[in-house]
Each structure stands twice: as C-alpha cells, then as structure tokens.
Ligand binder design. Sequence first.
Ligand SMILES: Cc1cc2nc3c(=O)[nH]c(=O)nc-3n(C[C@H](O)[C@H](O)[C@H](O)COP(=O)(O)OP(=O)(O)OC[C@H]3O[C@@H](n4cnc5c(N)ncnc54)[C@H](O)[C@@H]3O)c2cc1C
Length: 402
Amino acid sequence: MSDRFIGTYDVAVCGGGFAGISAALAAARQGKRVVLLEKQYLLGGLGTAGLITIFLPLCDGYGRQVSFGLAEELLRLSVKYGAEDKYPENWLDGVGTRTEKDKRYEVQYNAQLFALLAEQLLLDSGVEILYGSYVVDAEVEAGKITRLYVENKSGRGEVFANSVVDATGDCDIAHFAGAPTDTFRQGNLLAAWYYYTDGDGYKLQMQGASDTPEREKTGREQTPLVARRFGGLDGRELSEMTCLSHQKILEGWLKKRKSSPEAVISTVATIPQIRMTRKIVGEYELSYTEEHTPFEDSVGMVSNWKRRGPVYEVPFRTLYSKQVKNLICAGRCTSVDETLWDVMRVIPCCAVTGQAAGTAAAMTDDFSTLDVARLQEVLRQSGVVLHERDLPREGATSKANA
Ligand SMILES: Cc1cc2nc3c(=O)[nH]c(=O)nc-3n(C[C@H](O)[C@H](O)[C@H](O)COP(=O)(O)OP(=O)(O)OC[C@H]3O[C@@H](n4cnc5c(N)ncnc54)[C@H](O)[C@@H]3O)c2cc1C
C-alpha cells in the first residue's frame, strides 16, 4: 500500500524549535508555501517543552548588539507581556544603541506563553503547522530530497517540497538523506531543569552542570548529577536519561521541601534536555578560534554566551553540504567545531541560522549554486547585520574587561 499524500510545498521545515520557527517565518515572509513538521504539540523545542527559558545575549557584552533580525524579534516576542527574570533595564527601547558595559541583552521568558505567541505569528504568516508529525525518513534522487516520510495520527504519509530545512536539532533529516554528519563524541552531562512554585511565585530550578571550561578555570565547582554521559541519538538511552533526570528532579524537590514546605513542582520538561547530538559536516566548518574573522558569505553574526568580546560571522557554507543539494540545516546542528558547538547551540544563534536557512530555502532548491549576494541582500532588508565591519565601533573588541 502506498503512503498517504500529505501535501506539496515550496519549503518543508522539519522541527519547530527556535531554529525551525525562524526558518518557517523567514521562508513564509518571502511569499512561499511553507509546512512546519513538528513531532510535539507545542512550538519552541528545548526553549519551551525543554524548559530552557533563558534567551542568551544578542550582544557582545560590551554594549554592541551583534545578532539582529528574527533573533531580536523573537527575543522581544518572548517578553512582550513581561519577563520572568534577567531583564536589563532600558534595552527594550534601545537595543543596538546603548553601550552598557555590564549588562547583556538576555532575558528569562515564560515558555508556554512564548509557544502560543510563536504559533500565532507563524499562522498569521501563512505557515501550515503539522503537529504530532514525526519525520522518519527522506528519499533522495539525483542528489535531492524528493519526499519526506512523516508519521502522525493519520498514519504514514509523504510530504513533497522543493527545499527542506533540517531544524530537528539532531540533524535527523541530513542523516536520513545520507548527507555527511558528525556526532558529539564527548557526550552530554545530565540536566534536570524544572519549574516549581512557592510562596514567592513560579521559579526555574536549574540542575546539572554544563561543560563550560571558562567557568572551570575560575575554580567554581561544577558537579555532574551523574557520572554518565549521553549521546542523545539512541531511543533507549534517551528514555533512561529522561528517567534519571526525573529522579534528580524528585530528589532536588524533596530536599528543597525541607526548607520551604510550600514548594510544589509546577512543570517538568516534555522533551529530553540534551545539548549536542549530531551536526552536518558542511562545506565549511566554523571554528572557535575564528572570532572576529570576516567571511564574505556571512549570513549573520553571533556572540559567545560564555565570554564577553567574541563576535562570529556565520558563513553560509556552514549550513549545507553539497551532497544533498536541497537540504539546509539550522539551529544546534550546523557545521562548527566541537568547541564552538557549545556556543552555537544556544537560542539566539539558532534564530540567526534559522532565518538564514529559511530565507535561502525560499530562494533555491540547490544551495551550493545560490547567489549568496542576493541572499544577503534579502537578509539585510529583513534587518540582519551581516558583518562586524558594519557594526558601530563603540564597544570594540577589546577583551580587557572580559
Ligand atoms: C540543559 C540545557 C541548558 C541550556 N541552557 C540554555 C540557555 O540558558 N540559553 C540558551 O539560549 N540556550 C540554552 N540551551 C540550548 C538551547 O536551549 C537549544 O540548543 C536550542 O533551543 C535549540 O534550538 P533548535 O531549534 O536548534 O533545536 P530544538 O529546540 O531541539 O528543536 C528541535 C525541534 O524539532 C523537533 N523534532 C526533532 N526531531 C524531529 C523529527 N524527526 N521530526 C519532527 N520534529 C522533530 C523537536 O520536537 C523540537 O521541537 C540549553 C540546552 C540544554 C539542554
């Protein structure tokens, strides 16, 4: 029996985290017919269902905004009705113009509200959202994805699209399509973030260290929750990881309850809190040491959430491999070296690469032949600043205060 026909689109975006939201919006704003395929029934990925609600900085830490376009639009959307925490005074009326030396443009937002607002934005832009839709395979002919296999409540079906954005976070589509990928060999530490409510309100409890060498250098101890590390690409392992995370939440809450008996667990994550899993081996691999390096094919800039100072221009070539011509990656699965991966995986960077990928996907079904100057022009018109040389000099690149 042949698979059910779901639809034909200009652009299929797989995954509805921050990268997928940005890609779908960007493509739809170019007037294209876009479908967003998301296996959950909520947008935002780790940034909502995963309870990772800290929108890390758009700025370099010296008062210069470096990420623009949808990164800024989504940051503003996330705090449209107020922030939970970390709300630098006056940035909202002056992002990009202030030169605050000691405050970075980061906020803590409400996950559920953001998911609803993002959904509204996508629907208003004409994106078709297919929730509960797991992309399980891709068929490739003559170097292009010709159909995506999708499973949802209706059974198994087929989606046809000129170009495909892989915003699954795990590079699932590239893997299915046989594009070159690489995995995070070191493995992830366990995280067990949850929300609780006590007499003072709704609060985020962050549990579980991250691999942050800069902090380690300061001597502050980072104790892992468990000795084990997780690759994040094995179904059984992810379930074990989730159970361990739940146990740690329970332990943490029972301990907390001793000192604040009114504390109750409010929300636990409904997707695994995993940082890095699989990424594309693109036409270029951006490395940690390439801060302040100009790239003529830059599609936007990001800063380093761990360290004030560095600015990275993101080359278009980090988003695709020539081996699958109509596939482009965005979010935490772009082509960067192992050290930069921990920098590029965060929310603002996902929005930057998502916008670039979605815009490009609206323009071509062969990324290696796309006229990058034309892509850059569209990105510029959408508010993206592409090069560090186009930023105000103020704030500079000095690491003196880092
Ligand atoms: C413990 C932890 C702490 C973190 N702390 C921060 C922080 O403080 N600030 C910050 O900015 N970032 C932080 N991050 C990183 C950040 O949250 C994520 O890397 C980022 O949100 C990833 O966005 P994404 O869109 O690339 O991927 P994801 O958020 O993973 O979204 C991928 C989406 O695709 C869907 N999907 C996956 N596979 C398929 C498929 N085959 N078919 C259909 N749908 C699919 C998923 O359901 C998901 O919705 C943290 C991450 C972790 C784990």
